[in-house]
Design a protein around this ligand. Structure first.
Ligand code: FES
Length: 166
């Protein structure tokens, strides 16, 4: 039975994703369903994982494994701008960790934290597939930023802050 906590609108979106797969393989829609949850709520809570598990007939731990494997899924509320700096080995060799440190200093938060104004969440990420462009980062899971020198990082943060102030 579908959990009563799934709204009709959300259920309709889940149904559309599930319909893309054979009836006996609806678990294949798990990533799409988690994405829908995140779009609607900003993050995927343990309760939402349970709802998705119930809906798809999966073990909750299997859904949790998906949520925690892909770092584009937020497991808690994040700031308006989620900054994911790649610190995987190739980027480490080309200032990836330095870029993360610079952002920690500039934003006054540690990796994994969100600024008090709710604007920025700073995270590290695994390889973003652009090692030659290091330091690289992803903003809000979609906007790739390459060759992020300290100057470019400052421009990015200052630009976003001033856009918010308008
Ligand atoms: S290691 Fe950073 S993009 Fe590949």
């Amino acid at each position: 039975m579908t959990s009563p906590m799934i709204s009709e609108q959300t259920k309709a979106r889940f149904d559309r994703e599930v319909a893309k797969y054979p009836a006996d393989q609806k678990q294949s829609a798990v990533m799409a369903c988690l994405t829908i949850v995140q779009q609607e709520q900003g993050f995927v809570s343990a309760q939402s994982e349970q709802l998705v598990a119930d809906y798809l007939g999966m073990a909750p731990i299997a859904v949790h494994e998906v949520t925690t494997f892909y770092n584009m899924y937020n497991q808690q509320a994040v700031g308006k701008y989620k900054l994911n700096v790649c610190t995987n080995l190739p980027c480490q060799l080309r200032d990836g960790a330095k870029a993360l440190k610079h952002l920690e200093h500039k934003l006054g938060i540690a990796m994994g934290e969100t600024t008090a104004d709710g604007l920025f969440t700073l995270q590290q990420s695994e390889c973003l597939g652009a090692c030659a462009d290091s330091p690289v980062m992803l903003v809000n899971d979609v906007t790739m930023c390459s060759f992020m020198s300290n100057e470019k990082l400052d421009q990015l943060i200052d630009g976003l802050k001033s856009a918010e102030a308008k």
